[in-house]
Design a protein around this ligand. Structure first.
Ligand code: 6GU
Length: 267
């Protein structure tokens, strides 16, 4: 079965392999950890199984530094959780179906809710580095869709109002923002950032939007959480670099692990 012609078939194969390798027939929740979020995975508990993504049908070995490449099965307060460390991005030059294969796989594994995390640049000058911001909505600037054919999917309330309310209950200090998803791999220009700000955007990044759309199409509820790793271009007077993005993530990822545990337990 080929992922370009039969993505659903390959996702079902991957889900079956996951069930066999983890010994868990159905998982409840999935957590996709973005750049620098790895420390949060360790806070969530010792994996009952950890599998290299490259060993599952349809997945590729990761190419970018800091992007893990494994999937863990973890029991979080009685809930069976799949934690993916490392995702495939559009800028790797791969087929769209590869970018959302993880989402299609978790959907086929029975998952009802997915938590998508990422490292993002921030358009809010007052934001602090390491701050978590709950995604309230997105602007898809990749000019792409993971869907093909007559799938006229409604994206209203794509980022679950139920899970956002729960997040706010767990941590009332959390703020929300609109995430702009770009193809990358370059960062934006200061002029682009000023334009996105005028559009009502708060965060910029290179992931999440296509996965959210694929999750909605598959009937999986979405929660999005960005970690601010830097101010966007033209806002701090300093150049942007990927290592800085990763380092900023490590520190607050540990602290955010506790929040994710509570959210998963009650999701
Ligand atoms: Cl400033 N832009 C994009 N596209 N992605 C980012 C980022 C900026 N900072 C972290 N990830």
């Amino acid at each position: 079965t080929d992922i370009e012609t039969n993505p659903q078939g390959v996702a079902e194969q991957a889900a079956q392999a996951l069930a066999e390798r983890t010994g868990v027939a159905r998982h409840d929740v999935a957590l996709v950890l973005g750049s620098g979020w790895r420390p949060a995975a360790d806070v969530l508990g010792t994996p009952e199984a950890e599998i290299a993504l490259a060993e599952l049908p349809g997945f590729l070995a990761p190419t970018v530094q800091g992007h893990g490449g494994t999937v863990r099965s973890v029991d979080v307060e009685g809930r069976k959780v799949l934690i993916t460390l490392g995702r495939t991005h559009l800028y790797e030059g791969v087929h769209m179906n590869r970018v959302v294969h993880g989402i299609r796989t978790i959907a086929a594994a029975g998952v009802k809710s997915v938590i998508l995390t990422n490292a993002a640049g921030c358009l809010v000058p007052e934001a602090r580095i390491g701050q978590p911001i709950v995604i309230s909505d997105h602007i898809n600037m990749t000019a792409r869709s993971p869907l093909t054919g007559a799938q006229f999917v409604d994206l209203t309330d794509l980022y679950s109002p139920r899970l956002r309310a729960l997040a706010k209950e767990i941590d009332p200090s959390l703020t929300e923002g609109v995430y702009v998803g770009l193809p990358g791999p370059h960062f934006e220009t200061p002029a682009e950032i000023r334009m996105f700000r005028s559009w009502g955007a708060d965060l910029v990044g290179m992931s999440t939007v296509l996965e959210s759309i694929a999750a909605r199409a598959a009937g999986v509820e979405v929660f999005g959480l960005s970690m601010v790793t830097n101010l966007a271009a033209g806002m701090s007077g300093e150049p942007l670099n990927h290592l800085e993005v990763l380092e900023a993530g490590q520190k607050s990822a540990v602290a955010l692990g506790g929040f994710l545990r509570d959210l998963i337990a009650r999701a």
